[in-house]
Ligand binder design. Sequence first.
Ligand SMILES: C[S@@+](CC[C@H](N)C(=O)[O-])C[C@H]1O[C@@H](n2cnc3c(N)ncnc32)[C@H](O)[C@@H]1O
Length: 237
Amino acid sequence: MGTDIAELKAEVDAIRWYHAIDLGNGVRTPGLYDPADKVARYHIPADLSGRTVLDIGAWDGFFSFEAERRGAARVLATDSYAWSGTGWGSKRGFELARRVLESKVEDHDIDVMDLTPERIGTFDVVLFLGVLYHLRHPMLAIEKVASVCDHQLILETHVDCVAQRKPTVRLYNWMELDADTTNFCGPNPAAVALMLYAAGFTRVEIQPPASRLYNVPKWVATRLLKRGHRMVFHAFK
Ligand SMILES: C[S@@+](CC[C@H](N)C(=O)[O-])C[C@H]1O[C@@H](n2cnc3c(N)ncnc32)[C@H](O)[C@@H]1O
């Protein structure tokens, strides 16, 4: 057993991880961030029993495995840019975590813009977390996402121009947002809601922050420094 864990640690260390994932037996992947902190913030249903779940832009798969842990009958993880694209990521983390967790999460290497019901089917709950602001065609992307969503979409994104009431999408110069070349746009909340309604959702809810205390520095950054921040939307068919 000791050797197995040493072998697993060596495998883990050979991968560049995006998600911190607890693999059990004291082994934790050295991710860039810990998504466990985000689960409450995203208001992912605690009980997903019997639901089918699609995780778009799954990368190392933390949220896919979490949906499975919450009872989902079927989970499909999709990605392309991080798995086989030009970024620094790979699919090795997802594959290793799936194996070690003995997970049944399915996978499909497909770009957001290529999602159709014919290619991947449709799902009760769709997770679209941390992807929208990377995309050059956010409205078209939301239409693609809507086409594979039967009931509930959970969308988390960077937002900008939050003080602006009219639907507005800020575009970023190269490296302007967080020095990340893949960050392309910052819609404001009104724009996200408008795009969701335009794509066929009939109810859109902005999710409250996890706690007011957490939100004070966010409020200062957003209102006084006029920086963007992150928001979570739930949209229903
Ligand atoms: C910030 S990560 C979010 C990963 C995960 N959903 C989460 O919330 O932790 C962005 C994800 O969007 C995907 N993505 C899709 N299209 C992209 C693009 N044009 N540029 C960068 N990332 C893109 C990446 O592959 C990656 O998995």
